[in-house]
Design a protein around this ligand. Structure first.
Ligand code: NDP
Length: 285
């Protein structure tokens, strides 16, 4: 790396596992847009050593971290200051240090997903009946941004219904109704948008939805997971007659762009990076 164009400080994404992370490639591409280079690595951190690892990283001058499975709630708990959207999610995928040396946490997943749906795909969430499958960290992270997009309602359905009920209870005071329960809730109305926020995409499975889920005339299906081809959920949506189906690669790139901007002050172009990743993935098939 040439030092004159190297962005100062170290950056990384931490997780376990982490070897397949695209984040280093994405952030390098963002930096290259303005002729710079970035020292951004994927770091495998032991399940017992996350807090020590992160504290040492910042003590040694590290500048920014993205955090992925299974550490997002621990990143949130570790920070001295948290943003409103991280607080709402109870989870953080972004860490940095402020001028006083305090660790600050944010959550850029929700903004990333909604930006991909609305800005990149051109879907409208305004007035939509939204079904969200799953009630884990990723779903918690996207609810605040979904609410900002003013849907008619959000229904969270999860394999473990108590988890979805607890999540929905956190949003009881919203003008947009948020309810939660078992997969049977998927039968309660026709849907304009269905989001798969379960981790079934990682194992190439379909969430165990009951038969009879109704998609509205213009229904969009979004899987937070991404891979080399359509996920089982995307194939299911297409079979059910969805107007469009989309995977979570755009969410990944958009949450990264928001992180890049928070660290470095400029918002990168996401479209060329997404196109390059899609081309690379097609070529690898
Ligand atoms: P969590 O482990 O926190 O939650 C997993 C969720 O999936 C839970 O609701 C769990 O249900 C459900 N689940 C797991 N296995 C099954 C199954 N066999 N059938 C039905 N439901 C199941 O994971 P995250 O919330 O962090 O991540 C969820 C997904 O979102 C992952 O695929 C991840 O890759 C993706 N993601 C994508 C991002 C992107 O940028 N594109 C960003 C963040 C996440 P239960 O409560 O019953 O266990």
């Amino acid at each position: 790396m040439t030092s004159d164009h190297l962005i100062s400080g170290r950056f990384a994404v931490v997780g376990n596992p982490i070897q397949h992370s695209l984040s280093p490639v994405i952030h390098s591409a963002f930096a290259q847009q303005s002729g710079r280079q970035i020292d951004y690595r994927a770091e495998l951190v032991g399940l017992d050593t996350f807090e020590t690892w992160v504290t040492t990283f910042f003590q040694q001058g590290g500048r920014g971290l993205n955090v992925t499975l299974p550490f997002k709630t621990r990143a949130y708990a570790l920070a001295d200051e948290v943003s409103d959207r991280a607080r709402a999610a109870g989870a953080a995928n972004f860490l940095a240090q402020n001028a006083a040396g305090q660790m600050i946490a944010d959550n850029t997943d929700g903004k990333g997903m909604v930006a991909d749906m609305t800005d990149n795909a051109g879907w409208s969430l305004n007035g939509a009946r939204v079904l969200v499958l799953g009630a884990g960290g990723a779903v918690k992270g996207v609810i605040p941004s979904l609410l900002q997009a003013a849907p008619e309602c959000i229904v969270v359905a999860n394999r473990t219904s108590a988890r979805a009920e607890a999540l929905a209870a956190e949003w009881i005071d919203q003008s947009t109704p948020v309810s939660g329960g078992s997969y049977d809730l998927a039968l309660s109305m026709p849907w304009d948008v269905i989001v798969n926020g379960t981790s079934t995409g990682l194992s190439n499975e379909m969430p165990g939805l009951p038969a009879g889920v109704i998609l509205a005339d213009d229904c969009y299906c979004y899987d937070m997971a991404y891979g080399k081809g359509p996920t089982p959920f995307m194939s299911w949506g297409a079979d059910q007659g969805a107007t469009a189906v989309r995977d979570g690669l755009g969410m990944l790139v958009e949450q990264a762009a928001e992180s890049f901007c928070l660290w470095l002050g400029d918002y990168p172009e996401t479209q060329p990076v997404m196109s390059a990743l899609r081309e690379h993935s097609q070529a690898a098939r």
